[in-house]
Design a protein around this ligand. Structure first.
Ligand SMILES: [Zn+2]
Length: 406
């Protein structure tokens, strides 16, 4: 009896629910709690209209938060109501959502934990298996998408993301104002991306800027689907092209070095990827050392840094600075740099748009890092839809939590 009133207090179930019976298994560190309801109306979970009970489903069990180290299970028979609109449905109950094997309290804890750590970590901390956590996560995302206000987007970002092995790409659509991922398309092919724009026309008609990398596919989709949107190649993607040129220059130069020099170059790849101001203290000496050996690479790196400087100028200063930069890059006698400079010149209209509209790279870069971390934490997703859900779960800024009240 004491246990019953203890759990009555601990669970603080709202009317008309009450704890009927508790059985404790000290050896197994487990406790079973049966709950029942008194006379009441119940709500249809879809339209929230209240009805009297039609019948009850067989008993079901939910895992709850542990009490004092005891694994705690709730048992109940859920009432069903006959809704005029939705037919015979399981009534809304305050302690569990119908599709989950855990109570709302534990579901909330699982969501919080998954937001903070890997699935394996969340399994360890909550005692809920990865398979069940995946289910909770996908329900949370579905809930969040359903709750999301469908207001028009004004600034979007379109980015390709490599997943799984080579040649598998996703397209990530960002809402640059909300600083969140809006959707994920499981392809980067024009014929798959264009229909998404057609389907979402309702929220896209006011898009003013679309930031992206220079892959031709995305720009043509935007030109066809959103003819009024300014195509912007943001700093992050522009610099990415030069970073690749620096890296290709380094690989080529490294091949021609002596055995001894090559040893010194070991681990230098990262030195050249850093921006000047971000070069860590311990890498600085290493950088000076390798820059003296790999003269071509360090020249390519300096050209990349000059491009970054030009990109941070105000719109009127940018164009002349770019011209100067372009001259330097095309006269550098570095093949990869020359090629990158040509690509950038061909896409100058979009680079200038990005400078003019002040499209910063903070968002693209931030989300990119976050998605890379999601990929690492997942050690390769078992299927594509899990990856999409994980991105929306972590980067969608969705209202994920199940509600405790009607
Ligand atoms: Zn209904």
């Amino acid at each position: 009896m004491e246990l019953v009133s203890f759990y009555q207090n601990v669970l603080s179930l709202p009317e008309p629910w009450y704890v009927d019976r508790v059985v404790c298994y000290p050896d197994a560190k487990m406790v079973d709690v049966w709950i029942k309801h008194g006379e009441s109306l119940f709500h249809c979970p879809k339209c929230m209209v209240a009805y009297s009970v039609h019948d009850h489903l067989p008993e079901r069990t939910w895992r709850h938060l542990d009490t004092c180290g005891y694994q705690t299970f709730l048992h109940a028979r859920l009432p069903r109501v006959t809704c005029i609109l939705d037919g015979k449905v399981t009534a809304w109950v305050p302690f569990a959502t119908p599709q989950t094997p855990v109570t709302v309290e534990l579901e909330r804890k699982c969501i919080q934990t998954m937001l903070e750590c890997t699935m394996q970590g969340a399994e360890e901390l909550t005692g809920v298996s990865v398979r069940k956590l995946e289910r909770i996560r996908s329900l949370a995302v579905a809930r969040g998408l359903e709750r999301r206000e469908e207001k028009p987007l004004s600034k979007i970002g379109i980015d390709e993301k490599q997943v799984f092995a080579r040649h598998k790409y996703f397209t990530v659509i960002c809402d640059q104002e909300a600083k969140s991922v809006y959707d994920v398309i499981d392809s980067r092919k024009t014929e798959r991306v264009a229909p998404w724009f057609a389907e979402n026309e309702g929220i896209l008609h006011d898009v003013g800027t679309a930031a992206m990398d220079m892959s031709a596919g995305y720009a043509s989709v935007i030109r066809n689907s959103l003819p009024n949107a300014a195509i912007c190649f943001d700093k992050f993607h522009v610099v990415q092209i030069m970073n690749k040129a620096v890296d290709s220059t380094r690989k080529e130069e490294q091949k021609k070095l002596s055995e001894e020099q090559r040893k010194l170059m070991f681990g230098s790849r990262f030195c050249f990827l850093y921006a000047r101001e971000n070069l860590p203290e311990k890498q600085k000496d290493k950088f000076d050392e390798v820059a003296a050996i790999a003269v071509k690479t360090s020249r390519a790196w300096a050209i990349k840094e000059a491009l970054r400087d030009a990109l941070s100028l105000s719109p009127p200063d940018f164009e002349p600075a770019f011209k100067k930069w372009h001259w330097w890059a095309t006269h550098s006698r570095l093949e990869h740099v020359k090629k990158a400079a040509k690509t950038l010149k061909d896409h100058l209209y979009g680079i200038m748009n990005a400078v003019e509209y002040g499209i910063t790279n903070a968002l693209a870069e931030g989300l990119n890092n976050k998605i890379e971390a999601i990929k690492r934490a997942a050690c390769g997703y078992r299927n594509k839809s899990h990856f999409r859900i994980a991105i929306l779960f972590h980067c969608g800024k969705l209202d994920l939590m199940p509600k405790l009240t009607t």
